[in-house]
Unconditional design. Structure first.
Length: 416
C-alpha cells in the first residue's frame, strides 16, 4: 500500500467519524478531494477576525478554540478532538472568523476548501444537513455558554449594585454620624467654661483632651455668691451624642440645684433624682466630684459620687487624698453620699481629675497611675495654670505615641 493509499484510508476514516450520516458515494467524493495535513503544537489554524475559506476535520490530536478579551487576554471556548470538525461557518458565509483555533498538540487535519465543498454540497443534501446540524449545535452551545456568562455577569452586576447601595447607605450613615458628632462636640464646647470666677483668694485652671471627637468629661467653677464658689468635675459613662446631651443636662441640673443650697450632698441627691426623671437610657450614668469653697471660712465642703479622689497639696508639701463614700448618679434611686469638710490654707492646691489621667497608657502598656500624678503635684508649682500644665504635659509625655482610650481632664484650684 502506497503512502497515497494510506493517506486516503486515513482521510476516509476521519470523514466517516465526522459525517457518519453521509452516504458512501458522498463520503467517497469527499475522500477524493480532501487533503490530510500535519501541524505542530501551537499552530494557529483559524485566525479570529480573519476571512478564511477552509473547513477542518480533526483526525488526530486536540485543538483549542479561543476568543480575545478586551484586556488582551483570551477566553477558552472549547476543545475539539479526533472526529470533530471546525471552521464550518466559513464555508456557508463570508464573515470573519469568530474565534481562533490553535493546535494544543501535534495534529492531523483534513482540509477542505470552500470551492471544493460547494461542489460536494450541490450533489449531497445529506452532507449539507450534517454540516448545518453541526453548525447549529455549535451555535447553540456557544449561545448557551454566552447566556450563562451573561447571567453570571448580571448576577455580578446585581451584587455590585447591592454593594453600591449598601456603600451609599453607609456613606449617608457616616455623614449623619459625622454631623451628629459635630453637633455633640459643639454642645460639649458650649458646656465647658471660657473663664472662671475672679473672687479674691482663689484662682483656677483646667485642661481637657477628649479621646474622640466627643468626650464624656466636663468641669466648671461657678460663683454662688460673694463668699462661695461651686467646683465641679464629672465624667459621663458614654462618648456619644447622647452623652453630650446627658452632659449638658447634668451640668444644667448642677448649676440649678447648687443655687438652692450650699450643701453638696443635697445638690447631688437632687441631681440624681432629676436625672432619673429625664433620662430614658438605663445604661447612662455620671460620676462627679462636687464641692463648695467657703472663702470666708477657708474650707471646702465636698462629696464624691463615684469619681476619682482629688488631691490637696498643702503649702508644706504634704498631700491629702480627698476620700468620701458615694455612688454614681443617674441610674439608681436612693443615693447616699458622704459630705466631708477640709480646711484650706494659703498656698494649698486642689487637683481634681478624671480617670483618664491615671489610666493613660504608654507604648509599653503601663498605666500612668496615681503615684506619678502625686509626684508631679508634690513637686510644687507657683500657680494653678503652672500645675495644670505640668500634669497635662507629664501625662502626654508618658503616653507618647500610644493611643488615647479615655478623656484626659483636670481642674486645679489655687488658694492664694
Amino acid at each position: 500500500m502506497t503512502d497515497s493509499d494510506a493517506a486516503s484510508g486515513t482521510t476516509t476514516t476521519a470523514l466517516h467519524v465526522a459525517f457518519n450520516r453521509v452516504s458512501p458515494d458522498d463520503l467517497q467524493r469527499l475522500r477524493q478531494v480532501a487533503t490530510l495535513k500535519h501541524y505542530p503544537i501551537d499552530t494557529v489554524l483559524c485566525h479570529e477576525g480573519e476571512i478564511e475559506h477552509t473547513f477542518y476535520v480533526l483526525h488526530t490530536g486536540i485543538v483549542r478554540i479561543t476568543q480575545r478579551l478586551s484586556d488582551g487576554g483570551e477566553r477558552l471556548l472549547a476543545l475539539r478532538g479526533p472526529g470533530e470538525f471546525f471552521g464550518e461557518m466559513a464555508l456557508v458565509d463570508d464573515a470573519p472568523r469568530s474565534a481562533s483555533v490553535t493546535a494544543a498538540s501535534e495534529v492531523q487535519v483534513i482540509e477542505i476548501t470552500d470551492n471544493i465543498f460547494d461542489q460536494v454540497l450541490q450533489h449531497s443534501p445529506s452532507l449539507a444537513m450534517t454540516l448545518l446540524s453541526q453548525a447549529y449545535a455549535i451555535l447553540r452551545d456557544t449561545m448557551r455558554q454566552q447566556i450563562g456568562e451573561l447571567e453570571s455577569k448580571n448576577e455580578e452586576l446585581r451584587t455590585a449594585y447591592r454593594e453600591l447601595q449598601a456603600a451609599q447607605a453607609e456613606l449617608l450613615q457616616s455623614a449623619r454620624v459625622k454631623r451628629d458628632l459635630e453637633v455633640a462636640a459643639q454642645v460639649q464646647r458650649s458646656i465647658l467654661p471660657l473663664d472662671f470666677p475672679t473672687l479674691s483668694g482663689v484662682t483656677f485652671a483646667a485642661r481637657a483632651q477628649p479621646a474622640r471627637e466627643v468626650g464624656g468629661d466636663f468641669y466648671d467653677a461657678f460663683q454662688l455668691d460673694d463668699r462661695h464658689i461651686g467646683i465641679l468635675i464629672a465624667d459621663v459613662s458614654d462618648k456619644s451624642i447622647q452623652a453630650a446631651f446627658f452632659m449638658a443636662i447634668s451640668r444644667a441640673l448642677f448649676m440649678t440645684e447648687a443655687r438652692r443650697t450650699l450643701s453638696p450632698r443635697d445638690v447631688v441627691n437632687a441631681v440624681n433624682e432629676l436625672l432619673l426623671d429625664v433620662s430614658s437610657d438605663d445604661n447612662m450614668f455620671v460620676t462627679a466630684f462636687y464641692g463648695v469653697l467657703h472663702m470666708d471660712l477657708r474650707q471646702l465642703n465636698y462629696v464624691r459620687a463615684g469619681h476619682d479622689r482629688p488631691m490637696l497639696l498643702h503649702a508644706d508639701g504634704t498631700v491629702d487624698i480627698l476620700d468620701g463614700a458615694g455612688r454614681f448618679l443617674g441610674m439608681l434611686g436612693g443615693l447616699r453620699v458622704e459630705e466631708r469638710t477640709v480646711a484650706l490654707h494659703t498656698g494649698d492646691r486642689l487637683v481634681a481629675y478624671s480617670d483618664g489621667v491615671p489610666d493613660a497608657i504608654n507604648p509599653a502598656g503601663e498605666r500612668f497611675g496615681v503615684e506619678r500624678l502625686r509626684a508631679i503635684v508634690e513637686a510644687g508649682h507657683s500657680t494653678a495654670a503652672a500645675l495644670a500644665d505640668a500634669i497635662f504635659d507629664g501625662v502626654r509625655a508618658f503616653q507618647g505615641d500610644a493611643p488615647q482610650f479615655d478623656d484626659i481632664t483636670l481642674l486645679v484650684a489655687a488658694i492664694d
